[in-house]
Design a protein around this ligand. Structure first.
Ligand code: ATP
Ligand code: MG
Length: 383
């Protein structure tokens, strides 16, 4: 092949941006803050890691591009461009260019100085549900909802980001069921149906994540921090009650249900968990409806948006006034920034191991490797 064949004439050159600072390191690429030389606008550049080069352009990046190109919504991060570096040794680096946001929700929750009122929390949830309603209506599921993938601008606009694991839901063929991989969603935000091996899942998997994030807006730390799939199911049972057919009809048909030991006789304690933070009845009711074990009974984005929580006083209050008082979390003083990065790196290392596994399972014909204490799932052919 000649060099000319690798020139990608329709993809713009990354040299039109000045790289300023590294702001994130994910499993599938690093993210940099950068400035457009022409307009002076700030952007976020996500470098696509090509460590699986032999298999071509990474499927996670392809999906992210494909899906984000279709989506236009105030609460979904905007993909502005795709760029490449000049070729060296027959190789180019590829970057996704996004509008820049000053904060991610995980960083904000770790910053004790930023205090939310109930009105602020309502604004965050309203915008998150708006974005989710839009993607779900377009048959897209996110599959990696967590506070680090929720961005906020200094004007108080929320943007759902990181569509690397998102996918389009397909109508199953006649007499068939969908068989998506259940190795998606960062463990702490993973719903019980995925942990039990369900493969014809729905947008309800994202709504469980909303429930976890809603609690986190008060607790300031993820509420279900398991280190294995087994432990995650135990924690869910201790908080949300035993996982049993009495609360979840059809549970018995899930691949792992009969093969794994689940705690019995556990009462649902989700309201008690939140009592140190709030007694507000409509808050507790919405959390309860989001963290419902049976995905069929779990509230969807549409119904959640019309829940009393948003209509009772106080109303959602503008977030911009609060956030504009704080520097971008990517501009923190060197010391606190290092502390933040260290914490984040630790969390990311844990999550990275999970994401590596997810990546493997996005490739067809890969044998699943389960934790030693979990029963084996059949190998996945289709994602
Ligand atoms: N548009 C943006 N503006 C500002 N910061 C961003 C933007 N996009 C991403 N980031 C920062 O970079 C981090 C990683 O980005 P992203 O989640 O898209 O990458 P990833 O490789 O999929 O990461 P992970 O594997 O950790 O989920 C985010 O958590 C956020 O802190
Ligand atoms: Mg991410």
């Amino acid at each position: 092949m000649t060099t000319k064949q690798f020139e990608f004439p329709y993809i713009s050159n990354v040299s039109q941006y000045v790289r300023l600072d590294k702001i994130g390191q994910g499993t599938f690429g690093a993210v940099f803050k950068a400035k457009c030389k022409k307009t002076n606008d700030l952007v976020a550049m996500k470098l696509i890691l090509m460590y699986q080069e032999k298999e071509g352009f990474p499927i996670t990046a392809l999906r992210e591009i494909q899906i984000l190109q279709e989506l236009r919504h105030d609460n979904i991060v905007r993909l502005m461009d795709i760029c490449r570096s000049p070729m060296q040794d027959m190789k180019s680096e590829f970057y996704l260019i996004f509008e820049f946001c000053d904060h991610d929700l995980a960083g904000i929750l770790r910053n004790g100085q930023i205090k939310f009122t109930l009105g602020h929390i309502k604004s965050i949830l309203q915008q998150l549900l708006n974005g989710l309603y839009y993607i779900h209506k377009n048959d897209i599921i996110h599959r990696d909802l967590k506070s680090a993938n929720i961005l906020l601008t200094r004007n108080g606009l929320l943007k759902l980001a990181d569509f690397g694991l998102a996918r389009v839901l397909k109508q199953p063929k006649q007499n068939q069921v969908n068989r998506y991989t259940c190795r998606v969603v960062t463990l702490w935000y993973r719903p019980p149906e995925l942990l039990l091996g369900q493969r014809d899942y729905s947008s309800a998997i994202d709504m469980w994540g909303v429930g976890c994030i809603m609690c986190e807006l008060w607790t300031r730390t993820p509420i279900l921090q398991g280190d294995t799939e087994q432990r995650q199911l135990e924690l869910i049972s201790y908080r949300c009650g035993s996982i049993e057919p009495s609360v979840w009809p059809g549970l018995g048909s899930l691949p792992l249900y009969s093969q794994i030991h689940l705690p019995k006789g556990e009462k649902r304690k989700i309201r008690e968990l939140m009592h140190p933070y709030t007694f507000d009845a409509s808050t507790l009711d919405l959390i309860d409806k989001l963290l419902t074990l049976d995905p069929k009974q779990r509230i969807d984005a549409d119904l959640a948006m019309s829940h009393d929580f948003f209509y009772n006083d106080p109303p959602a209050s503008e977030l911009g006034t609060l956030l504009s008082k704080y520097d971008s979390m990517f501009e923190l003083k060197e010391v606190s920034r290092m502390q933040y990065q260290n914490q984040k790196t630790q969390q990311q290392q844990q999550q990275q191991q999970h994401r590596q596994k997810q990546l493997q399972h996005l490739r067809p014909s890969h044998q699943l490797q389960m934790k030693p204490n979990m029963p084996k799932l059949p190998s996945e052919q289709i994602y």
